[in-house]
Design a protein around this ligand. Sequence first.
Ligand SMILES: [Mg+2]
Ligand SMILES: [Zn+2]
Length: 148
Amino acid sequence: MGEAYIFDRDGTLIEDRHYISSPCMVRPIPGMREKLIRLQRDGAKLFIVSNQSGIRRGYFSRERLMEIDRHMKRLFHPVRFEATFYCTHHPSERCPCRKPSPYFLWKISRIYGFSPDRMTMVGDTHRDRMTAEAFGIRFLFVDEFLSL
Ligand SMILES: [Mg+2]
Ligand SMILES: [Zn+2]
């Protein structure tokens, strides 16, 4: 059985722009696409878990988020992401899914049948690290991941 890699989006897959609100703001992190292609060739399943509170804050619409999502995935072609989970809530809503809640990690584990010892989270912030720790899975900062 292969491994699951779960990626943060902003600052990890693409450059962080403080609320990416348009497809033209999407710039893949250098070297990431090639790295993902190799990982996928080795049998890994790739996932995205991202907080996008800009929706509830009114900075951009859900349709816009999906446009950005599609554009990003075109830029990463032929990489295939198994599933993408966006938390679009505002922090004050205290939803169950916003990182550092490990809710989406738990969901990936349950739906796709990955035990925590076969899951790795890759991110750029301590919040991502806390998310991984809360579910007891390995965590790599994006620089560590790219230098593997
Ligand atoms: Mg990030
Ligand atoms: Zn949420």
